[in-house]
Design a protein around this ligand. Structure first.
Ligand SMILES: CCCCCCCCCCCCCCCCCCCC(=O)SCCNC(=O)CCNC(=O)[C@H](O)C(C)(C)COP(=O)(O)OP(=O)(O)OC[C@H]1O[C@@H](n2cnc3c(N)ncnc32)[C@H](O)[C@@H]1OP(=O)(O)O
Ligand SMILES: Cc1cc2nc3c(=O)[nH]c(=O)nc-3n(C[C@H](O)[C@H](O)[C@H](O)COP(=O)(O)OP(=O)(O)OC[C@H]3O[C@@H](n4cnc5c(N)ncnc54)[C@H](O)[C@@H]3O)c2cc1C
Length: 692
């Protein structure tokens, strides 16, 4: 890239230790960073990581040096080129999903094929019959057809049952007629639809013999395969500029009595019989919502790296950045000279940032749980057993909501913790935040999703408490955390915390009991208000949100603690258990996650009277103790995430700490500096001038 401004060469570094600050931090670590990285990725994935990163970093098509200067059209063109090159690489290297996921992560460029890979293909896999897979999935996997997932409409997104697009079965021709009766039935927001896709999975109300069977998925060809123009009776467009995600063509589509063959209704679970139009029921009514469950689980798995990326930038920058001389504990160099304090040494900065590191590690262990649960469900459902679906739906909904909200809040906290430079695109936070933000809305708005989790919790509570002998459920409590804490609460509703010193709060049994008691107390309270005091669902929505959040926080806490203590077959967990140094630092991080989470929601724990006010003070002191304990390891803990500089795309978070050199280098490349148009404030005119 061209530099438009020549930087003077006389400048000396103002900080004699500047370049070495991160090295000094790294020397403080109490554990082996490479060992922790191996725990996080596992041997196979770490090999994959390096192979794919090398390919991506060396390919000129993926060069991101200009990325912060691109407008919408350039971004979209860049994304198209990226997609095309990615498809070539998939073919050349025979990449499978595992490789592709690394490639997509490193590329960090939401593009027009995202919904094809993330929604269209998974829906065909999950809901298509063998014949439908042959017809649609095979060409989709070969990128001969490009698809999108058209569910949301201008008038309805969250309320899927309220969708207005219809698919009416026409027995005479054995076809469905796809139709958008109202403006509000226009499909809207659909990723890849605006300019790219030639096929769509359209969620429409299935109507046969005058009866509405609810939303079902249909494959609809939307553009001509040669001219790429919309097919007759189909209107398509891009929905316009957005808060972020501008490298993707989110689109709208309207149908005017468009006919498709009966074959195109995805029929693995429910079918319409030829001629009679008879509806064959699915084994579970909600199986047509299956893609959403899968994608929610995938989103949860992705949160850990999102938090890791934000923490890496903010922690490294805070180590390099110095501001003020600490009067009580001035920082002295070896030669006795006093220097300004690294902002990472300020306790307020630690209190803002170290919990983000802890959240990332917490999400790592819960992602493992989510993958295991999804895998178990897939195994069971392939033999017709859907009994895990309710559990899976409840935990994936609530965890998607809790963890993505946590992620966007933490990205913003990290950005602010970088002061003014955090506001520059060069921080690496701006585009990152904009592109990540829709995770709190898509695949279910984060508030709506908590209703689903709460429904399940209330139902379980009622089931257990209405039984004459609730202990009958004891055998299920090992596998079902909800039953476990409900039973514990019923046995001892007035349980009290036994901590008498700050360090007592490091006791994992005390921590678990606190979270179990709190969530059961909150559920019992909501059940009482709805069932006995006859409160409406709407009047309880704030409490509904609270119980979903409390339940999912408990899951995060429980998964972290279990990972530290329970013997496991899992390769990563075994490595962790076999290294005392790793176990020690992970225990501190776990304690910080648990106690900081408690402290933030201290009102719940006080209200349930599990904690007393003096205990709440002790807990806070323990949080401060943990910040001190973690401080020497802070930089190494984020190094272990191994987020490459090419992905961070950040002047502030780079591995070598050369923050200021990069800031001015990138600023010198701002195209405005090379424009032939300057503004002369003395006479209020724009002057054109020739610039080299
Ligand atoms: C080579 C191969 C390549 C593969 C590459 C793979 C790469 C992977 C990359 C992946 C990247 C991922 C990128 C993601 C991009 C995402 C883009 C965004 C796309 C979208 O946003 S699509 C649109 C999403 N829309 C929503 O999520 C809508 C949210 N609303 C709903 O889900 C429902 O309307 C809602 C709120 C659940 C209510 O549904 P409703 O029908 O009204 O149901 P009830 O509330 O009445 O409940 C009835 C009953 O059903 C249960 N229920 C509800 N939903 C489900 C479900 N999904 N599963 C199971 N059960 C469900 C509910 O709990 C109730 O049960 P009861 O027992 O209480 O009766
Ligand atoms: C970048 C991006 C990409 C997307 N890609 C796709 C795609 O490829 N395909 C697709 O089909 N969709 C896509 N979507 C759409 C997305 O799935 C929906 O926007 C999302 O499901 C939320 O629905 P909504 O917009 O109807 O929100 P609304 O339901 O209108 O929500 C608005 C507000 O009302 C509140 N609210 C609504 N109902 C209730 C209630 N019952 N109780 C309490 N509060 C309530 C919500 O909490 C929210 O705060 C995308 C969205 C974005 C932003």
């Amino acid at each position: 890239m061209v530099s438009y401004v020549k930087i003077p060469s006389h400048l000396k570094p103002s900080d004699p230790q500047g370049p070495d600050l991160l090295t000094q931090e790294r020397n403080l670590a109490s554990f082996d960073v490479k060992e922790l990285t191996l725990v996080l990725y596992g041997i196979k994935d770490l090999e994959r990581y390096h192979t794919i990163l090398k390919i991506i970093e060396n390919d000129p098509v993926f060069d991101k040096s200009n990325i912060y200067f691109m407008g919408r059209n350039e971004l979209f063109e860049h994304a198209i080129k990226k997609e095309k090159r990615l498809v070539q690489l998939i073919r050349e290297n025979k990449w499978k999903v595992e490789e592709l996921q690394f490639a997509e992560w490193f590329l960090d460029m939401p593009g027009p094929f995202g919904a094809h890979r993330g929604m269209f293909i998974p829906t065909l896999i999950g809901q298509g019959t063998k014949e439908q897979k042959e017809k649609f999935l095979v060409p989709a996997l070969n990128y001969q057809i490009i698809g999108c997932y058209a569910q949301t409409e201008l008038g309805h997104g969250s309320n899927v049952k309220g969708l207005e697009t219809t698919a009416i079965y026409i027995p005479e021709t054995d076809e469905f007629e796809i139709h958008s009766p109202y403006l509000t039935a226009s499909k809207w927001w659909v990723g890849g639809l605006g300019k790219t896709a030639n096929h769509a999975i359209v969620m429409a109300q299935l109507i046969s013999n005058g009866k509405n069977y609810g939303p079902h998925p249909f494959v609809v060809q939307i553009r001509d395969m040669k001219t790429h123009l919309p097919l007759p009776s189909i209107t398509i467009g891009d929905i316009g500029p957005k808060f972020g995600f501008n490298s993707t063509d989110n689109g709208f589509i309207l149908f005017e009595h468009v006919r498709i063959p009966r074959f195109n209704m995805l029929s693995k679970f429910s079918q319409i019989k030829k001629g009679t139009g008879e509806y064959i029921n699915p084994p579970n009514q909600k199986l047509s919502y299956g893609t959403m469950v899968l994608v929610r689980a995938i989103i949860i798995s992705g949160v850990r790296v999102t938090l890791a990326r934000a923490a890496t930038i903010a922690i490294r920058y805070s180590a390099v950045r110095r501001q003020f001389i600490d009067k009580d504990e001035p920082k002295k160099l070896e030669d006795g000279s006093i220097v300004e304090t690294s902002i990472l040494d300020y306790t307020m900065q630690q209190y803002r940032l170290f919990p983000v590191i802890a959240q990332s590690y917490a999400c790592f262990f819960t992602a493992k749980m989510m993958v295991n649960l999804y895998t178990e469900y897939t195994k069971q459902s392939s033999s017709g057993d859907y009994s895990l679906l309710a559990d899976l739906h409840a935990s994936s909904s609530g965890l998607k909501s809790l963890t993505t909200t946590m992620a966007v809040d933490s990205i913003e906290d990290c950005r602010r913790a970088c002061g003014g430079h955090g506001y520059s695109s060069f921080s690496g936070f701006v585009k990152f935040y904009q592109d990540y933000l829709p995770n709190t809305t898509w695949e279910g708005d984060n508030y709506i999703l908590t209703h689903q989790t709460a429904r399940y919790l209330l139902k379980t509570f009622r089931q257990v408490t209405s039984h004459k002998n609730p202990e009958i459920y004891a055998s299920q409590s090992n596998k079902n955390p909800t039953i476990s804490y409900i039973l514990q609460y019923l046995n001892e509703p007035n349980q009290k915390c036994t901590a008498i010193t700050p360090s007592d709060f490091n006791n994992h049994e005390i921590q678990l009991r606190a979270f179990k008691h709190r969530v059961a107390f909150l559920i019992a309270n909501v059940v009482d208000q709805i069932d006995n005091q006859k409160k409406s669902w709407n009047s309880m929505l704030v409490e509904i949100n609270r119980i979903s959040r409390a339940h999912c926080q408990y899951l995060l806490v429980q998964n972290f603690i279990t990972a530290l203590h329970q013997p496991s077959e899992d390769e990563s967990l075994r490595m962790l258990h076999n290294s005392p140094a790793l176990k020690e630092v992970m225990t501190s991080i776990c304690n910080l996650f648990v106690l900081h989470t408690m402290e933030k929601d201290i009102g719940d724990f006080l209200e349930s009277e599990y904690l007393t006010t003096p205990q709440a003070r002790l807990l806070r002191i323990q949080v401060y103790n943990l910040l001190k304990e973690i401080r020497p390891n802070a930089v190494s803990l984020v190094d272990a995430f191994l987020i490459p500089d090419s992905l961070l795309c950040s002047a502030l978070g780079r591995y070598d700490g050369k923050v200021y050199e990069t800031m001015i280098d990138w600023a010198s490349k701002e195209p405005l500096n090379g424009m032939t148009l300057d503004f002369n404030p003395n006479n209020d005119t724009f002057i054109r001038k020739a610039k080299l």
